[in-house]
Design a binder for this molecule. Structure first.
Ligand code: AP5
Ligand code: MG
Length: 217
């Protein structure tokens, strides 16, 4: 868990690429529904563009479908942007207890000041291909920049801005994140999940090393 722009997607990309983990990004799933104009996509388009959360029920159903489809074929999953509210965390706790009792879950919380993430999001570009959605930074000399200008390193698609990356929307998303953060942490602590707080205001290499250490990989 972590505020918008704190680096959840970027770190997840590294876990997929370097550790062979599977990434479940609820934001990516939502954007894919919208791009494919599914019934769900039509329902959530406006909320996503304006930085509002999608209903807990819809998100939890999406996560269940995704998890149950892949769970027998993967060892490790990184949940990027889920759970994000107390009802989602409770639903996830129930899934773990009832259906995946052999699974061990750990919560890693990214901490970073709001003004830093607003600056980061201002320089963010993402791959247009909704099966890819790799995240880049166009900050000068960043090692998170694409190798070729505005082209995705992984799939050669064009890079675009996200529709919810305006300053107004990111500000709204930050308010929403902070509104739910403490209730989530309290729930995790009360139910015995391990929660590790990580300073996300540092290089992605250093963050990834710390993340691997926390997870014993
Ligand atoms: P989602 O896509 O999950 O957005 P978010 O949580 O707001 O987070 P972001 O994706 O904006 O940031 P990030 O932490 O992934 O940072 P990133 O790695 O890109 O959700 C979008 C929307 O979908 C929500 O608003 C909601 O409508 C809906 N939704 C999704 N999940 C939901 C849920 N569970 N419940 C209800 N609704 C839901 O990095 C940002 C930038 O910084 C990039 O340019 C990157 O290159 C750069 N960067 C990353 N790390 C570093 C670093 N260490 N140093 C310097 N730059 C860095
Ligand atoms: Mg993300």
């Amino acid at each position: 868990m972590g505020p918008p722009g704190s680096g959840k997607g970027t770190l997840s990309n590294l876990c997929v690429k370097n550790l062979g983990w599977s990434q479940l990004s609820t934001g990516n799933l939502c954007r894919k529904h919208i791009a494919e104009q599914t019934e769900i996509g039509k329902l959530i388009d406006l909320a996503l563009k304006s930085g509002k959360l999608i209903s807990d029920e819809l998100i939890t159903d999406m996560v269940k479908d995704w998890l149950f489809e892949i769970i027998d074929s993967v060892d490790s999953v990184i949940l990027d942007g889920f759970p994000r509210t107390l009802p989602q965390a409770q639903a996830f706790g129930k899934i773990i207890t009832e259906k995946m009792s052999t699974m061990c879950a750990k919560v890693v919380k990214f901490s970073i000041p709001d003004e830093k993430v607003i600056a980061r999001v201002g320089s963010r570009f993402v791959c247009k291909n909704k099966n890819c959605q790799t995240v880049y930074s166009l900050v000068e000399n960043s090692n998170l920049a694409p190798k070729r200008s505005m082209i995705c390193d992984n799939c050669d698609s064009e890079l675009i801005r996200r529709s919810d990356d305006s300053v107004e929307t990111i500000t709204e998303r930050l308010v929403t994140y902070h509104k739910h953060e403490q209730a989530l942490i309290d729930y995790y602590v009360d139910t015995g999940f391990s929660v590790v707080d990580v300073n996300a205001e540092r290089s992605i290499e250093s963050l990834f090393e710390e993340f691997k250490r926390i997870n014993g990989v």
